[in-house]
Design a protein around this ligand. Sequence first.
Ligand SMILES: Cc1ncc(COP(=O)(O)O)c(C=O)c1O
Length: 486
Amino acid sequence: MVFKLNNQLLSRMAIGDGHGENSSYFDGWKAYDSDPYHHQNNPDGVIQMGLAENQLCFDKVEEWLKKNPAASICTPEGVAGFKDVAIFQDYHGLPQFRNAVAKFMGKVRGDRVSFDPDRIVMAGGATGAHETVAFCLADPGEALLVPTPYYPGFDRDLRWRTGVQLVPIECDSANNFKLRMEDLEAAYEMAKLNNIRVKGLLLTNPSNPLGTILDGDTLRNIAAFTNENNIHLICDEIYSATVFGKPDYVSIAEIVDEDRKSGRNGLNLDLIHIVYSLSKDMGFPGLRVGIVYSYNDVVVSCARKMSSFGLVSAQTQHMIGSMLSDAEFVEEFLGANRARLAERHGAFTGGLGRVGIRCLRSSNAGLFVWMDLRRLLKEQSVEAETALWRVIINEVKLNVSPGSSFHCSEPGWFRVCFANMDDETMEVALGRIRAFVAKHKEAMKPARKLCAQSSLKLSFSGRIYDEFIMSPRSPIPQSPLVRART
Ligand SMILES: Cc1ncc(COP(=O)(O)O)c(C=O)c1O
């Protein structure tokens, strides 16, 4: 009855499912929320490994905050600045904030490239930044190409309120899920055949969920492709400071710079945009610092006007401006961040390896591993993957995220986050995995039988995702999406 009434009273958006919360990606949160692990109070509870959060360097941040009390306007040392920060701030952002973020973005990329503070536009996290970019680049019904597997939040961020569509480009394990030019071309041509107007390509580099980076040549070829076809290239680079191993990271900003410096000027920079945030690199998702960095003046201007809907609070700008202006702190933080991520990644993948579980080999970035459990599937299907995932949540008591929720076309892959917990919790998680594998050893298939099985892949050709089509739907009593922004 209530639903019927709402059907007549509310907008289609309000009563629709475009937010994507009814996905298995968020189902695991329900299990975690109702039984969260605590080493003393609830040692048999569910361990949260579905949260791509970076909690490994908070000691460095706390130390800095203690040494710099004036960075906060709520301390005796900083309160003199309270009024200036609390009164009206326009959508351009505090100059110190924009300068410091631009410098930080350069630092993260080894100072090989610099960013113009006048192109830094604020948004409510990368979530808000993506939506702003989608609003600027495409009209309802138009589409962006996205390689799979991809971050499930894109379905909400880029599509829900904008009416923009996402067209997947299937990648598979045969070449470590790397985007192949022929697959990009085929997806583009197929979309055109289906009368879909493709306005751009969205890349996540480093990738969530793969934890891999794109090499310079691939990035150059992709930029050449989008350029030739006069479509936009949006690069989500929010994991750029999480690259903890070789090869070195290459940002699209470096490809732009290279093109400019060579004098070729072959790239139309009006087509290139970067989405950034401090949610992963600094581990501050709660502060909602998102950035649109576009080389297109009209996009910068429009995004800035739109940023009124998702400004970073001036209090946060003030604090971040001060923190990121401290070159010594930034240098030390970035170094510690990489070293600790490398160590944690090594410890976790080493522990998995000892019980015969492999992760994607080429991973050298991110806050997660892309774990290969195909050997444990009863059959190579999404249903079998979902069944295994339910066992992992309910019996092993680990909240990991199934590949299908990332639109992965090959069943049996799971994203497991490792940077949102302490060493002891990670050891408990590894212990549970060890016990689980020991119990199911007999059922494990030999590794050699597994290769990318194209005949088993779901076919997406020419089809646009309609909501989270591969996910089992289940009602979620409270909205985990509010907390699960990863
Ligand atoms: C690839 C990617 N883009 C965007 C976001 C959203 O980030 P934010 O917390 O800055 O909104 C996430 C969060 O997990 C992500 O993984």
